[in-house]
Design a protein around this ligand. Structure first.
Ligand code: ZN
Length: 289
């Protein structure tokens, strides 16, 4: 199954829902950054949720999410646009722990529970929205649920899951965001909470071959919800040699001369995709002001 997401609304107009299958994009991130299993799960959950959040905006808007929980992973950063392009990295990719007491990858231990989740929306024309909440569980889905409830005041349920093969490649990944619209009564919210309580892990559903549509049908009932958009999602970085060159120019002539004299060139690696860019002495010379 290709990676894609669907946007849907219940027919009574009270709940909007997004679901995504992201196995391939999480595998792309894993192979580029050589993340170990627990790190793959943490990064994969974050990338999945960010990819959905990116498509909730319009036009040129971009969303950046940063999770700093104080755990061994260090910061997790992801950004996404409205086209379904997402990229991200984790500061320390070589983190892996034994499964937790529920038999799952111990994401909260890797993320930590003593920091913050930050969301920055660049809505274009210098219009920024920033929200920040403390980490409440370190399991990432619950942290985004808390973020929506407190920072955006939208009652939501956010879930994301990643299953890892014994060889560390990604077996299955996916996620959902479900949001209650203004005007929904307590009964609607309570019913949703009940349905989610007994809902299987989304990574398991993806592994069984369930599509994002089928996952929402299972949650709400096929006759109760309508899919109104389907969009491919993929890992795509926006780095380029030109962007790195601009950054080098920004360091100033003195710094560039030091690279030429001491290193006979420069090498820069993109944090997000691990692409390596080389600059010769001549290229560096040309970047001076
Ligand atoms: Zn890159």
């Amino acid at each position: 199954m290709k990676d894609y997401l669907v946007k849907a609304m219940t027919n009574d107009g009270l709940i909007r829902a997004y679901a995504a299958s992201t196995t391939h994009l999480v595998e792309e991130a894993r192979s580029r950054q050589d993340t170990w299993a627990t790190a793959s799960a943490a990064l994969g959950r974050t990338l999945t949720i960010a990819s959905i959040m990116g498509t909730m905006n319009k036009g040129e808007a971009e969303v950046t999410v940063k999770i700093e929980g104080g755990g061994p992973l260090g910061a997790i950063v992801a950004d996404a646009n409205t086209q379904g392009h997402v990229r991200g990295y984790v500061k320390n990719p070589h983190v892996d722990f034994d499964l937790n007491s529920k038999g799952k990858l111990d994401v909260s231990r890797a993320v930590g529970m003593s920091g913050n989740l930050q969301v920055i929306k660049d809505l274009g024309l210098r219009d920024y929205f920033t929200g920040e909440v403390p980490i409440v569980s370190g399991e990432i889905g619950e942290d985004f649920t808390y973020y929506y409830a407190t920072s955006e005041q939208i009652p939501s349920a956010v879930g994301a899951g990643v299953l890892v093969n014994p060889d560390h490649s990604i077996l299955a990944a996916g996620g959902f965001i479900v949001q209650v619209m203004p005007g929904a009564d307590d009964a609607t919210i309570n019913r949703l909470e009940e349905q989610l309580k007994f809902f299987p892990a989304i990574s398991t559903l993806i592994q069984e071959g369930k599509t994002p549509e089928e996952i929402l049908y299972r949650l709400f009932g096929e006759k109760e919800i309508s899919i109104h958009e389907t969009l491919p999602v993929e890992y795509r970085c926006k780095c380029s040699k030109e962007r790195i060159a601009n950054a080098i120019t920004g360091l100033g002539n003195e710094e560039i001369q030091a690279m030429i004299d001491e290193d006979k060139g420069a090498e820069a690696t993109c944090h997000f995709c691990n692409e390596v860019y080389h600059f010769t002495e001549e290229e560096l010379e040309a970047l001076k002001n």
